[in-house]
Design a binder for this molecule. Sequence first.
Ligand code: GUN
Ligand code: ZN
Length: 434
Amino acid sequence: MTAIAIIGDLFTLVDDPAVTGADDAHRYIPGGMLVIEDGMITAVGERSDIEPVLPEGAEVIDCSGSLVTPGFIDTHIHFPQIDMIASYGEQLLDWLENYTFPAEARYADKTHAADAAEFFLNELLRNGTTSALVYGSVHAASVDALFEAAHTRNMRLVAGKSLMDRNVPDAVRDTAESGDKDSRWLADTWHGKGRLGYAVTPRFAPACSDEQLARAGQMLKDYKGLLMHTHMSENSAEIQWVKELYPDAKDYLDAYARFGLLTDSSVFAHCIHVSGEEMQRMGEADAAIAHCPTSNLFLGSGLFNLREAEKYGVKVGMGTDVGAGTSFSMLETLNEAYKVGQLRGDKLNPFKSFYLATLGGAKALNMADKVGSLEVGKEADFLVFDMAATPLLARRLTHCKTIEETLFVLSILGDDRSIAETWIAGTRAYSANA
Ligand code: GUN
Ligand code: ZN
């Protein structure tokens, strides 16, 4: 394959700004060059250094004046919730009962699921999201359809069927045995195929029996490299329910940990109302949290404490949590994360924002050796921004004096319109102009 060389304003995080300081954590090369061969990044740096040694016949694509960043990584999103996103008036438990479970019941139909999978993945790409950790419905066939569509697009995507064998309507209920069998079939079929991975996905503790959680823990042990993906401590009524259902558990985290579900490949969405001790145990286990600000505000769940996660060294990525979340756009999600920080008296630094949306997300999903930054040896998943996506953005960006300010303005005023191109493994998978 011929090499491709992109000219643009290259920006990437290479570390967590909260750990190393912002200066050491980022690289910014205005008018730089990014070289891709066979889907991998083979050079990134100053144009004057790279141009003279470009492989013969390289195709040069001039994106001068545009920001080029790693693709966004969504660490928590629900594929079967695209038909009920923006449903009015409820908090978590009634929202699930009234809107979510009825919508997910339709995913028993593979044709419906396959159609939705096309829409869902196109929407991710249109918003600049190149990798995601995805909740499926309870039905194996719908997750099979999602994997098929993601495989065709060559996306680095991890998904799982929801395990939910109690306290949910019949149409979206499995059994401990069938849930285990279906999960293993999906993992056998798709885990490690192309760029795909499988996540063992208990819906949340109230919807899973002890036997189901125990089998989930066993499956994690039986396979190599799976993720574990669930919800935790999102809503006060939910937490109270967990206390009643698990009277012996020390806290919500323990309801999972006692079944072997607290590991370095566990991703817990929300974690709003957790104690310092729970954060500490998550940090010690090297587990991850998906921070989902649009969802947490929409359902009135609460304000996530990012500083506490940082204090205990818990991995954190951003989650849109569509359809409790209100946008596929990671930029809009960062906008809400900034406002959540303001309400808590925390200033979310723009370098940290973009870290959470890229490399931080990759670390949370244990894929930072492959994606999440513009560095040699990584897979070439990246974005080209439209710096004049709206008249207001075009105007405001001309006043930015630093890359930090540019990133902040993009995260506050930007949305899907800011993404000009999304590249997957060195191939242009979405172009706003196409
Ligand atoms: N807890 C259990 N299921 C869900 C879900 O679908 N969305 C959210 N936000 N929380 C949940
Ligand atoms: Zn969720």
